[in-house]
Design a protein around this ligand. Structure first.
Ligand code: GRF
Length: 199
């Protein structure tokens, strides 16, 4: 069965949906949830689902990004994942790390890529006067937030929206989109899936 490791940095709500969908659907096995923050709340949520966890505090490595990644790779490689999912993982990975998982690492980004790669995506969409926003699941490549799109979900921007209200609306769709894309990815499908949020 396809083995899936998930990297998180915080609450892990996307991770939880992936774990729950794999455990319910039986199409893959969550073999590890790892974080760059030992205090990440998602670690306890993963453990509560019976998924092994690991944490490497990136702050212990200062600017030594490669050193942090070498440490983080230990539990990841020990778990022997076939697929690596970034889910609310807030560290930029070096091309060397990405190459190890070339073609089998996914990420969810809270914008309709290629619009708004990087941070503060919701505020940027509001500042631009966009009438639609959303999220994207893409394959991770060496260029940040730029790999092949595997799925997108669109939400309306509503009058009076703030970054917080828009983020909350998008997050609901992230939780629908990521499991849908992972199921297809594991089945070898690469055609992008597009969800709209009329449900
Ligand atoms: C969310 O805002 C999501 O858009 C982004 O990371 C943030 C936290 O996600 N991917 P999670 O709850 O830790 O999955």
């Amino acid at each position: 069965m396809t083995r899936v490791a998930i990297l998180i940095s915080g609450g892990g709500s996307n991770m939880l949906r992936l774990v729950q969908d794999m455990q319910a659907g039986g199409y893959a096995q969550p073999v590890l949830v790892a974080s760059n923050d030992p205090q990440a709340v998602g670690l306890a949520r993963a453990a509560a689902c019976g998924v092994p966890t690991a944490a490497v505090d990136h702050r212990s490595f200062g600017r030594d990004r490669a050193g942090f990644e070498a440490e983080l790779l230990q539990p990841i490689l020990a778990a022997k994942p076939d697929v690596l999912c970034l889910a609310g993982f807030m560290r930029v990975l070096t091309p060397g790390f990405v190459r190890r998982f070339d073609g089998r690492m996914l990420n969810i980004h809270p914008s309709l890529l290629p619009k708004y790669p990087g941070l503060h995506t919701h505020q940027r969409a509001l500042d631009a006067g966009d009438t639609a926003a959303g999220c994207t699941v893409h394959e991770v490549t060496a260029e940040l937030d730029a790999g092949p799109v595997l799925g997108q979900a669109v939400v309306p921007v509503l009058p009076g929206d703030t970054a917080e209200t828009l983020s909350a609306r998008v997050l609901v769709q992230e939780h629908r989109l990521y499991p849908e894309v992972l199921r297809r990815f594991v089945a070898g499908q690469r055609e992008p899936v597009f969800l709209d949020s009329d449900r």
